[in-house]
Design a protein around this ligand. Structure first.
Ligand code: WTA
Length: 645
């Protein structure tokens, strides 16, 4: 396996070289209190913390607190403290969907004014500390203003990805009992407009809450307006003060809720808090990307996902960086858009998902070649394992062999990178997320016996032995679910839900989820969510959903559907069911395959044997394993005979 070390020149100019990594890593795990107490100085505290770490993974008394007597404000850390030195520096570069529209450069001073005004508008709408605000926004600067405005007044934001359906939005509005939803008239993406405001209306009708709506004018399209409930931001901001005192927040006050999919039930609200999250987002942004003052950093994620939270907004802005916000998609107007934007804004760090790399690789090198990519220094990936072919293309064609690739493994729950190369310190291997970040203590357990694998080369499930500052603290409204989901299968550890291999050099290779979560284009989806959408259709009696390998998306969605007695299995119905799932959850959940299944393979006690369904979906019948425990083994033959549709 080839090893890709950084050049000497790169390593000697990097924040962290190999020796520093070893020394800091050792310090961070030998004495976490001292290490994190020292690192906490990176933030501006109103009251400096004296209690650094107070965490236990002991089942069922799991409790996680960092810097618990410290006080600070996230928006003051991301804006105000930079004003004296870099008030006129660009904080956000906004690149609109269409390259024909002009990009915007928002300075830290301007950011301050925008955020303060929006904070004052929210206060006028009755939002105060601890209240929840849902954001359902396009990728426009106002999305970042809204996040920071909430943080400024101590409101808890919960962002719902703008690609989610009104039903999914409605569930999340109800789940958090939001006082206000912030949205826009429409969201342009790839030349098409999503009717955000109309979706919000549908969601609120269903939710039956008395949530108010704050609307940003993005396209100027004609959208419904309900007087007394809806407020236009530009009207409300008129005459509002452009300063707003930041609220004093405890380090453990919630900063945001973000819903994510799990192996069972409906998505859960992951809760992140103020001090530990911000410190960790800021440190990982600086060290993983070797970010230096004045550089332009671009993370292509959407703020609707955790990657957008930590690496478009909080991490970069805490570091006084210039961060790019891109409204569009990689293939519009053509497959060269990413590289055009890198050239135009002289991007130094570029961070995207393997699914995008694979899709662009498929379009050919000619979309990359015309652009001057000499400003690039670091390339990053996130969200799913990257296959060596895509890694090599990224390295050779985009990075011209001179940009270290950081393959960052982490989760919504972890708040920031846990396993990742630090580019000046750790030689990379294509497909490996390499080594743990400071303070992170991964272990590999045998999935059955739960024994810790002590050999360096090992394979099993990935757990964490101790807490790090940006760890999620609880599930919104359901602490028991938090404890049960992450701490009950392997007692004393945080269970990631991922499988992994550790090689003889101590490098970690993530092998994918070991639970019923699938990863479609880097987006997490619970198979249970898709199943529940399918059975909500009157024609469907039962369904089972599994992932299968997909060339571009990483995994695709494969649905086995048993119809109601007497229901005819037609092509029209197949399309209808596919659209139905899309409507219930959103376009990202659209099934790739729907197979009619007269019966599903079940044990005699009625449990569906997903292992078998996965194998059939993967086209791998040689290793179906023992099917003799099935109540009716013949259903398997039928499923194999009718595979794929
Ligand atoms: C997967 C995204 C391999 C993993 C930040 C994890 C990865 C899930 C990587 C979390 C990576 C994320 N290599 N797999 N570099 N990064 N994953 O919550 O299965 O949307 O558990 O967070 O994505 O997805 P989530």
């Amino acid at each position: 396996m080839s090893l890709y070390p950084p050049s000497d020149d790169f390593a000697s100019n990097a924040h962290i070289d190999a020796a520093t990594y070893d020394e800091m890593y050792r310090a961070s795990v030998e004495n976490p209190e001292a290490f994190w107490g020292e690192q906490a100085h990176r933030l501006d505290w109103i009251t400096a913390p004296t209690k650094i770490k107070n965490t236990t993974f002991e089942y069922p008394d799991v409790s996680i607190k960092w810097f618990e007597d410290g006080e600070l404000n996230v928006s003051a850390n991301c804006i105000d403290r930079h004003l004296a030195e870099r008030g006129t520096q660009t904080a956000i570069i906004w690149e609109p969907d269409s390259p024909d529209d002009e990009a915007q450069h928002i300075t830290y001073q301007q950011l301050h004014a925008h955020v303060c005004k929006m904070a004052n508008v929210l206060k006028d709408m009755g939002v105060s500390k601890g209240d929840r605000v849902v954001l359902y926004m396009p990728m426009i600067p106002q999305a970042a203003y809204a996040m920071l405005a909430c943080a400024r007044i101590g409101a808890i934001h919960s962002i719902v990805f703008a690609g989610f359906s009104p039903d999914a939005l409605s569930d999340r509005i109800q789940g958090s009992q939001a006082k206000v939803v912030i949205t826009a008239d429409e969201a342009p993406r790839g030349g098409r407009n999503t009717p955000l405001k109309t979706n919000v209306d549908t969601a609120l009708n269903k939710a039956g809450t008395d949530t108010k709506v704050l609307m940003v004018k993005r396209t100027g399209g004609d959208v419904p307006f309900q007087a007394g409930r809806d407020v236009w931001l530009h009207e409300a901001e008129d005459g509002v003060a452009n300063s707003c005192e930041p609220e004093v927040m405890n380090a453990e006050d919630p900063l945001f809720i973000l819903y994510t999919s799990g192996s069972t039930g409906m998505p859960k609200g992951v809760v992140h808090t103020t001090g530990g999250y911000l410190l960790y987002a800021s440190m990982t942004h600086k060290f993983t990307f070797d970010y230096k003052d004045g550089e332009v950093f671009w993370c292509t994620a959407d703020v609707g996902w955790v990657t957008g939270h930590s690496y478009i907004v909080y991490g970069p802005l805490a570091n006084g960086a210039t961060t790019v916000m891109f409204e569009g998609v990689p293939t519009y107007p053509d497959a060269g858009r990413f590289w055009a934007v890198c050239e135009k804004h002289k991007v130094a760090q570029f961070y995207t998902a393997p699914t995008a790399i694979r899709a662009l690789m498929g379009k050919g090198d000619d979309f990359v070649k015309p652009y001057d990519l000499s400003s690039l220094r670091i390339l990053g990936t996130v969200g799913e394992p990257i296959n060596p072919e895509a890694w090599n293309w990224y390295n050779d064609v985009v990075g011209k062999g001179r940009c270290p690739i950081v393959d960052t493994w982490w989760q919504t729950e972890t708040g920031g990178h846990l396993i990742t190369p630090l580019p000046g310190a750790i030689p990379t291997k294509p497909g490996s997320a390499t080594k743990p970040f400071f303070g992170v203590q991964p272990l590999v357990l045998d999935p059955q016996s739960a024994e810790v694998q002590t050999e360096m080369a090992a394979e099993g499930v990935l757990v964490m032995a101790d807490s790090w500052p940006a760890q999620m603290r609880t599930v919104w409204g359901d602490h028991e679910r938090f404890v049960k989901t992450y701490f009950s299968d392997y007692k004393g550890y945080y269970f990631t839900g991922d499988g992994c291999r550790r090689d003889e050099d101590g490098y970690y290779w993530i092998t994918g989820r070991v639970d019923d979560v699938i990863n479609v284009s880097g987006h997490r989806m619970g198979t249970a969510e898709v199943e529940s959408a399918l059975v909500a259709h009157p024609a469907v009696s039962e369904s089972a959903v599994v992932g299968f390998p997909h060339e571009i998306k990483g995994q695709g969605i494969y649905c086995y559907v048993t119809l109601m007695e007497g229901q005819e299995a037609t092509e029209e119905l197949r399309t209808e069911l596919s659209n139905h799932v899309r409507k219930e959850i959103g376009p990202i959940a659209k099934p790739d395959v729907i197979q009619w299944a007269p019966g599903l393979p079940k044990t005699r006690s009625g449990k569906i044997m997903r292992r078998i369904l996965r194998k059939i979906a993967e086209d791998d019948y040689g290793s179906l394993g023992d099917t003799s425990t099935l109540a009716d083994p013949s259903v398997v033959d039928d499923l194999i005979a009718n595979r794929g549709g």
